[in-house]
Design a protein around this ligand. Structure first.
Ligand code: MG
Length: 262
């Protein structure tokens, strides 16, 4: 049937008023049939993991996470199906045991209802899409209270920004005390043997189901001071930030990832 339709389409057009030339070539040349995308079962409700996800936090424990500093068990407190940043130790970032390249990620976060502080010192944490070293090394999607733009700060440091590189397209943040979601597609950078960049990092971010980063290109790792730069890595953990500011610590829940590098 397909062949006969194609053969028909190759017949000279009877309508001489038709000015546009008939397309040349073989239509099947541009059809892609393999590999067939695997059928998976989506979660029944919004935000729940599909059947092929690696669950990084299901509400019970932090067994998938370690301290960034010394790889000891993550000390952040799990309670009531959520976990909360432990700011009692300076620089107490945590990261996944598992390393990733390209992936899809879902994560939920909540600023405390009675948050205090101003600017970057108001509910600051962060999601590092790739932890390329200790401290805050890597590529950070910022988490901070910028609900309703009431807390003034630089826009490329607001929630949904790629820190100090790209402001979010809009601000769909929910108010303190309510849960926010990030759904992210991360395309890791790749490198040549000499360490130079082969392909840059790209990321798409949905913030509470609203597109805030549309397949944007990063200039390198996100840095607090100076210009972004790339440094070679193969695969990296996902990291959460224990920011040094004194404001009340934020909480996380329902974290899962789909590894796209396999
Ligand atoms: Mg941060």
């Amino acid at each position: 049937m397909l062949v006969s339709v194609w053969a028909w389409s190759q017949q000279p057009q009877a309508d001489k008023t038709q000015k546009r030339a008939a397309p040349r070539g073989n239509p099947p040349d541009t059809e892609v049939w393999q590999p067939v995308p695997a059928v998976i079962t989506p979660g029944q409700n919004y935000g729940l993991p599909p059947s092929d996800a690696v669950v990084l936090f299901d509400g019970t424990n932090l067994q998938q996470w370690v301290s960034t500093k010394d790889k000891s068990p993550a000390s952040w407190k799990v309670e009531g199906g959520v976990f909360t940043v432990d700011k009692s130790v300076r620089g107490n970032n945590i990261e996944t045991k598992q390393a990733f390249q390209d992936y899809q990620l879902h994560i939920e976060w909540r600023i405390p209802e009675k948050i205090t502080g101003e600017g970057q010192a108001r509910g600051n944490s962060g999601l590092f899409l790739a932890s390329t070293g200790g401290g805050d090394a890597g590529y950070e999607v910022q988490i901070v209270d910028t609900y309703n733009n009431e807390n003034k700060t630089y826009v490329n440091g607001s929630a949904g920004s790629l820190y100090k590189q790209l402001a979010p397209l809009v601000n769909p943040a929910r108010k303190p005390g309510e849960w926010n979601t990030y759904d992210i597609a991360w395309v890791a950078p790749t490198f040549n043997d000499d360490g130079s960049v082969k392909t840059t990092a790209r990321v798409t971010v949905f913030f509470n189901n609203v597109l805030v980063q549309n397949n944007v290109e990063l200039s390198g790792e996100t840095v607090f001071i100076g210009k972004p730069f790339y440094k070679k890595y193969e695969s990296a953990p996902i990291k959460l930030q224990a920011h040094g500011d004194p404001s009340e610590p934020i909480s996380f829940r329902n974290i899962w990832v789909r590894d796209l590098s396999k």
